[in-house]
Design a binder for this molecule. Structure first.
Ligand SMILES: Nc1nc2c(ncn2[C@@H]2O[C@H](COP(=O)(O)OP(=O)(O)OP(=O)(O)O)[C@@H](O)[C@H]2O)c(=O)[nH]1
Ligand SMILES: [Mg+2]
Length: 301
């Protein structure tokens, strides 16, 4: 090992309220579209692991589901992921939407503050979406008031969407990463299997194509995933919804809507995998899966 420039390796959890830009930020840091993004809150449901390697520094990022008050069993699992991510990290990034700071900090309840204080890790406060402020300096009063909370080691003001000020932030953050050998190959972007990313890609299309409760009532389960050396990969996926009426909406008149979903998902999957794909999608109903422990277990929650 190079003594003057030893390797550093660590993990950082990105946490915050839904819709603050956690997934957009992880994608910006990695320079790759790994985590799904939508204008709707509660897009991310499971921790998404992304590996950043730059020179002698490797950071394993965990993009987490937005922190919310659990209303379904599903939400309890999602909040479990957030708490585990804190337990497994060397530092924490708290993302705040600078255009909506009051709402973004609602999750910093006394209970959550205790969790953060108790973890003994460096915590960074990241004000995101500064591109949408009149002036980036408008963040200054926010920084002053957040300093009073007494839990943050560093403050940053960035735009994940425009990938602005992110590099500078990474330089500072790297100084907090402990010395240690890399845990992953420098070329690897994640340890999650490709079938996970394909199921997420289908979910993302659903978030963009449907309104109201449909995206929240839908889950995707990959039933078959056949990688072929020659020819198209074969992927069969179930979209699982809670009611027959939702199934009808997803299928659409004469199957038009599901055709669009299938086409968009196939194109995105092909781009992600770098392979031609034959994608088959089936829509199934599992009544109230979001509130059923056994259904949730079957869906990997
Ligand atoms: N203007 C602006 N919009 C942003 C920025 N970062 C993210 N967004 C938008 O905010 C919305 C939510 O982004 P996500 O990355 O899905 O947010 P998230 O925090 O991962 O949300 P959940 O997964 O639901 O917790 C999307 O419409 C993004 O395009 C930013 O820097 N500036
Ligand atoms: Mg997200």
């Amino acid at each position: 090992m190079n003594k003057e420039n030893p390797k550093q390796c660590g993990a950082i959890a990105i946490i915050g309220k839904p819709n603050t830009g956690k997934s957009t930020l992880m994608n910006a840091i990695l320079g790759a579209k790994l985590s799904i993004v939508s204008p709707k809150p509660q897009t991310t449901r499971k921790n998404v692991l992304g590996i950043y390697t730059e020179n002698n520094v490797q950071i394993v990022f965990l993009d987490t589901p937005g922190v919310l008050k659990p209303r379904y069993e599903l939400h309890k699992s999602m909040m479990g992921y957030v708490k585990n991510s804190v337990a497994e990290s060397d530092a924490i990034m708290v993302l705040i939407d600078a255009t909506n700071a009051k709402k973004s900090s609602e999750f910093l309840t006394p209970e959550f503050m205790e969790l953060l204080k108790g973890c003994g890790l460096p915590i960074f406060c990241v004000f995101n979406k500064v591109d949408a402020l009149k002036n980036r300096r408008d963040v200054l009063p926010l920084i002053i008031s957040y300093q009073e909370m007494g839990i943050f080691k560093e403050f940053f003001a960035i735009s994940a969407l425009e990938n602005k000020y992110v590099d500078d932030m990474m330089k500072t953050i790297a100084t907090y990463i402990p010395e240690g050998d890399f845990l992953h190959d420098a070329e690897d972007l994640s340890t999650l299997p490709q079938r996970f990313f394909v199921s997420e890609i289908i979910r993302e299309v659903i978030f963009h194509e449907f309104e109201q409760e449909i995206p929240y009532s839908a889950e995707v389960l990959i039933q078959e995933f056949k990688e072929r050396e020659h020819g198209k990969w074969y992927i069969a996926a179930d979209i699982i919804v809670e009611r027959d009426t939702q199934k009808a909406i997803i299928i659409g008149k004469k199957g038009e809507k599901i055709k669009t979903v299938g086409q968009k998902a196939r194109e995105a999957a092909e781009e992600h995998l770098g392979m031609p794909v034959f994608l088959e999608i089936f829509v199934k109903v599992r009544n109230d899966w979001r509130d059923s422990k056994s259904h949730l277990a079957g869906l990997g929650y």
